[in-house]
Design a protein. Structure first.
Length: 205
């Protein structure tokens, strides 16, 4: 395997040196198959072992350069009409090749840093007008937005007096008790209210 990799790198190096000897030549136009066949012929005939310049491999590669590649600016698409790959979506990219005249680069602002959570849990929450139990506050917020799927970190930031690990433990405990429901991993929501049907009493005859 190491011998094959060494041979591959030597051939690629010879192709690049041949392309650099002719300014403006793209190394992608050099054919690897031509370089490999030339090296094989030289090895069989024991020729060109010590040679200055680009050598026989470089001259053979430059004599049969591939045409320049067109710039690809369109989406790759499977040509077969029957394929397991889905058709490309209408993403706004052109269907035909176009000449690229300018490139616009937009720098996006980094997302804001998440709110720092406390490193230790406060056993009893004491604050201005905040005297309710922690579970009661969470249930009130979740029931106010029953369709929203809350993350554990969002609930921890809402409480402001517990660590993230403690929040996971309490949410798991409340889920087991049926106070809240877990939609999926790390997402919680309020328990849907149960519907009660009033029974009609028949009048006595």
């Amino acid at each position: 395997m190491w011998s094959l990799l060494t041979l591959y790198q030597l051939l690629r190096r010879a192709m690049v040196e041949a392309a650099e000897s002719r300014p403006g030549t793209d190394p992608d136009r050099c054919g690897f198959t031509i370089a490999l066949q030339t090296a094989r012929d030289l090895l069989v005939r024991a020729e060109g072992i010590v040679e200055q310049g680009i050598g026989a491999i470089g001259r053979r590669v430059l004599s049969a350069l591939s045409p320049e590649r067109r710039p690809r600016v369109r989406t790759r698409k499977v040509k077969s009409p029957i394929s397991r790959y889905a058709e490309r979506k209408m993403d706004g990219r052109p269907d035909g090749s176009r000449t690229v005249t300018s490139v616009t680069i937009t720098l996006l602002q980094p997302p804001p840093s998440p709110t720092a959570l406390p490193t230790t849990m406060v056993r009893e929450y004491v604050g201005a007008g905040q005297t309710d139990h922690r579970m009661t506050r969470v249930l009130t917020v979740l029931r106010a937005e029953p369709e929203r799927q809350w993350r554990a970190r969002e609930i921890a930031e809402l409480l402001g007096d517990v660590t993230l690990i403690t929040t996971y433990r309490q949410l798991a405990r409340w889920t087991e008790r049926g106070l809240i429901r877990r939609i999926r991993t790390g997402r919680y929501a309020a328990v849907a209210p149960t519907r009660t049907t009033a029974l009609r009493t028949r009048p006595k005859r």
